[in-house]
Design a protein around this ligand. Structure first.
Ligand SMILES: [Cu+2]
Length: 470
């Protein structure tokens, strides 16, 4: 229920932006008048472990309020991990355990979910496990899964939409072992995409469900940044971190990208594409080659989602130098082709907004964390037919499943292709149509959520939970 939402108080900062020198009235208006591409791209810092053992890297992170320069010349109050907007990046390796101690220095409870990770249920960031203000929790991430682009974000009961919107999200990159292949190091660039709305003072405005006013597009927490690049290949880890916006991503000169990884990690083979659509929570790794461009060339990463009308520029790449490039996109990437075999259990999962109550529901019920919605046997393959029943008016929904990856069979009966044919944890469900997925839990038992990742919808109840049993 809406009335169960807490009112989020942005403590000492009071929600008002602090203006940089020259401020007072008009700072946001001036920021709006500032030409695009006037701020450099922020690459979130890679977090260092506080301790390393033979098996485990230990990290400590603090959730706290801070300010960030999202718009030129304006400091906006945000909720952060470690003061960073987005949070610091954790780089981990398959088979090597990570433990993150999350301290809550916010004035409100919080919980952290690692999106796309196979983790024990008590480290999955279930809303029944909040961290109280002033307390901490140790999250254990075994990383027993293929290398992949994951991200961590808030999952507080009824509050994840607002808390992620205010900044509680960061990248968690599970790296492949070193091999001669896709661009690495500083040529491997995480790009977290989202939108935002601001008030006249530069504060973030969050209104549940009102996504149409979130018209400012951000990359790594900044409006339309620029990034100097070398004339060579780059790996772009594209993460849709928006609450409800879809992105159809492409380069302004129409040059192709090689899609090399989906939510679950490397694809079997690269897929050539000039555009790729991501619903909220989805990721794709794309290799882009700037080698043919002379220093001084510029091109932009654009959103060409047909639902927004004109294409909009997300950021600009400025080619500044030539470079030796030993990286390559091999014809075989080493990822596995999803094949969970025939299913023994079939289910219908219907996503829809209740026209009478306005609540978001799955199979006619809004989320109740004390109710188990379905039981799943460990090791057993299930097939889910996921339906989006919101046709009139059409409302977009997708489905994210916690704690495993799934195989997407088809959408409206048509087999999926491109990155969607790889391992996925989030998939877009068409209005009035369906997507069939096969799901299997392999390792851990306990409670795992499944929900629409349009976070305004999950916060309003479009969420349910499976109990995985031995
Ligand atoms: Cu939804």
């Amino acid at each position: 229920m809406l009335d169960r939402r807490q009112t989020l108080r942005i403590g000492a900062l009071g929600g008002a932006a602090l203006l940089l020198p020259g401020g007072a009235r008009g700072a946001v208006a001036r920021a709006a008048d500032t030409p695009p591409f006037s701020l450099p791209l922020v690459v979130p810092p890679v977090k260092r472990p506080v301790r390393r053992t033979a098996t485990t890297d230990y990290y400590e992170m603090t959730m706290r309020e801070a300010t960030a320069q999202i718009l030129p010349g304006v400091q906006t109050p945000v909720m952060t991990y470690d003061g960073c907007f987005p949070g610091p990046t954790i780089r981990a390796r398959p088979g090597r355990r990570v433990v993150v101690r999350q301290r809550n220095a916010l004035g409100t409870e919080a919980v952290v979910h690692l999106h796309g990770a196979y983790v024990p249920a008590d480290s999955d960031g279930h809303p029944k496990d909040p961290i109280a203000p002033g307390a901490f929790r140790d999250y254990v991430y075994p990383n027993l899964q293929p290398a992949a682009t994951l991200w961590y974000h808030d999952h507080t009961h009824h509050m994840e939409a607002e808390m992620v919107f205010r900044g509680l999200a960061g990248c968690y990159l599970l790296d492949e072992p070193r091999w001669t292949g896709p661009p690495a190091g500083r040529y491997d660039l995480p790009l977290m995409l989202r939108d935002a709305q601001f008030d006249d003072q530069g504060g973030l405005v969050f209104t549940m469900g009102d996504a149409r006013k979130r018209t400012v597009l951000l990359v790594n927490g900044r409006r339309q940044p620029y990034h100097p690049v070398a004339a060579r290949k780059y790996r772009l880890r594209l993460i849709n971190g928006a609450n409800t916006r879809y992105f159809t991503l492409g380069l302004s000169d129409g040059r192709p990208m090689w899609l090399i990884a989906s939510d679950g990690g490397l694809l079997p083979a690269p897929v050539r594409a000039t555009g790729v659509t991501l619903s909220p929570g989805e990721r794709v790794d794309a290799v882009v080659d700037f080698a043919d461009l002379a220093p001084g060339s510029q091109l932009t990463l654009r959103n060409t989602d047909p639902n927004i009308g004109q294409p909009s520029d997300l950021m600009r790449f400025d080619v500044v130098r030539r470079a030796y490039d030993p990286s390559r996109v091999p014809p075989r990437l080493g990822g596995s082709r999803p094949d969970l075999g025939p299913a023994t259990v079939h289910r219908d999962i219907v996503l829809g907004v209740n026209p009478t109550t306005g609540m978001s529901e799955i199979n006619g019920r809004s989320f109740d964390m004390d109710r188990v919605d379905q039981q799943i046997k460990l090791g057993q393959t299930e097939e889910w037919r996921v339906v989006n029943s919101d046709v009139n008016p059409p409302i977009r929904h997708n489905l994210h499943v916690h704690g495993t990856h799934f195989q997407v069979i088809d959408r409206n009966g048509v087999p999926v292709s491109g990155h969607e044919a790889g391992w996925k944890d989030t998939v877009a469900i068409p209005n009035g149509g369906d997507v069939r997925i096969r799901v299997r839990y392999e390792r851990y038992t306990g409670l795992y959520l499944y929900h629409c990742h349009l976070l305004d919808h999950s916060s309003m109840g479009m969420m349910a939970q499976s109990e995985v049993t031995p």
